[in-house]
Write a protein that binds this ligand. Structure first.
Ligand code: UGA
Ligand code: MN
Length: 276
């Protein structure tokens, strides 16, 4: 059993921020693209950040949240949310280089690596054992509370099904005699670990004992970030199935719907300025 007092779950969440109108190129101006814009002040348009929902719904004890904002600086908006979150939260930031902000390229690579670097730096001089489990939580998934309970018993790397992903109702690791023997997936079944980011957790000990394991830009094809990362720290044989031998869906790859701002006025009409 784990030492209950010192046990913690750490979560890294990549967060998309778009430049505000003034910083945007002319053809982008006024077009509110996907996801939220958190750095926008005047003339900003976006959507309520989904992680706000996460923040308010997470009633998980001993959870340490590492939130990494995709921005050159911490935005006021996120800082405020974090302050009122009522759970320990480390708010980091790192901007995705502009050349990587293109459709079809892996996302949140720099943000997850910043979170990993922070964790390693913070823990490297502490004596083992350092109980803890790391989970990479994107901001647009739906998480059940049960998921956080399941991942607490992770010894090295644990896995479970993810709903609404891979073009199917769910993807899941196939389990025989308590071991992962393959993958049920509708997309690129040739992936060494055919699993979404939301489908696994890693013990802090494994993160610390593989100090070079990071998410890669170079050579990483879209959708291969998970496999590339897992290959560096574990093997399929070693995986620990959770969620009743991977037969229960406790997390959903819901994604964020594109915002509809068709009726947003071209120029500021309201009497107040509200950051959204
Ligand atoms: C899928 C996986 O679920 C992601 O974990 C994986 O990062 C991604 O593919 C990929 O490899 O590209 P998907 O729903 O397509 O996810 O991607 P998003 O949810 O749009 O992005 C994943 C995370 O990156 C989110 O937390 C998002 O806020 C963050 N992000 C996205 C940034 O930090 N910066 C961006 O420019 C875009
Ligand atoms: Mn997503």
């Amino acid at each position: 059993m784990h030492n209950r007092r010192s046990f913690q779950v750490s979560v890294i969440s990549g967060e998309a921020a778009r430049p505000n109108n003034a910083e945007m190129r002319p053809r982008e101006r006024g077009r509110c693209g996907r996801r939220h814009r958190l750095t926008g002040t005047e003339g900003s348009c976006g959507e309520p950040p989904p992680y706000l929902q996460l923040l308010t719904s997470v009633e998980v004890s001993r959870l340490q949240w590492i939130l990494v904002e995709d921005a050159a600086a911490r935005s006021e908006l996120v800082t405020r949310f974090v302050a009122g979150a009522g759970l320990p939260c480390t708010h980091l930031h790192v901007p995705t280089p502009r050349r990587y902000k293109r459709p079809g390229l892996p996302r949140a690579t720099e943000q997850r690596n910043a979170g990993l670097a922070w964790l390693r730096q913070r823990h490297q001089h502490l004596p083992p054992p350092q109980p803890g489990v790391l989970f990479f939580a994107d901001d647009d998934n739906t998480y059940s509370l049960e998921l956080f309970q399941e991942m607490r018993t992770t010894r090295k790397v644990s896995v479970w099904p993810v709903g609404l992903v891979g073009g199917r109702r769910y993807e899941r690791p196939l389990v025989e005699n308590g071991k992962v023997v393959g993958w049920y997936t509708g997309w690129r079944a040739d992936r060494p670990f055919a699993i979404d980011m939301a489908g696994f957790a890693v013990s802090l000990q494994v993160i610390l004992s593989h100090p070079k394991a990071v998410f890669k830009r170079r050579g990483s094809q879209p959708g291969m970030q998970e496999s590339d990362f897992l290959k560096q720290i574990t093997t399929v044989e070693e995986l620990e199935p959770k969620a009743n031998n991977c037969t229960k869906v406790l997390v959903w790859h819901t994604r964020t719907e594109k915002v509809n701002l068709a009726n947003e006025p071209k120029y500021h009409l309201d009497t107040v300025n509200i950051e959204v």
